[in-house]
Design a protein around this ligand. Structure first.
Ligand SMILES: N[C@@H](CCC(=O)N[C@@H](CS)C(=O)NCC(=O)O)C(=O)O
Length: 112
């Protein structure tokens, strides 16, 4: 699979963007990061789900949602999710779900 140069778009926040950024940093995938703040109100109506993070594959192709972005990274670079080892993959998935649940508990009632 030919992987395009990826662009991760997110806010200057420690919330749902750092996970994909860390995964991309540990991968061999070519990527850049675009930090958005003032330009967000204009961009928001043009996005599929009106939220960031977004991983931009091309000017017209994007992936939204933190977990979908992480899944995409593991799909195009299987080493990022155990390299075909089912036990490593399932450990990775369980940790991802555990962290997700922990975060929901921490931020319950808080709009992030
Ligand atoms: N389901 C999305 C939710 C993403 C989300 O809640 N993003 C927030 C920032 S953490 C956002 O874009 N807020 C700005 C807005 O709603 O306009 C995911 O898991 O990535």
């Amino acid at each position: 699979m030919k992987v395009p140069t990826l662009s991760l778009q997110y806010f200057p926040l420690w919330a749902k963007g750092p996970g994909p950024a860390l995964a991309l940093s540990h991968s061999t995938l070519p990527w850049s990061c675009e930090i958005l703040y003032k330009s967000w109100p204009k961009l928001k109506p043009t996005t599929d789900f009106s939220k960031l993070p977004i991983l931009r594959l091309s000017p017209t192709s994007t992936i939204s949602h933190e977990l979908a972005i992480l899944s995409y990274i593991s799909k195009v670079e299987p080493e990022m999710s155990g390299g075909g080892n089912v036990e490593d993959w399932s450990t990775s998935m369980q940790l991802m779900c555990e962290v997700r649940g922990f975060r929901v508990a921490v931020f319950e009632g808080v709009v992030i």
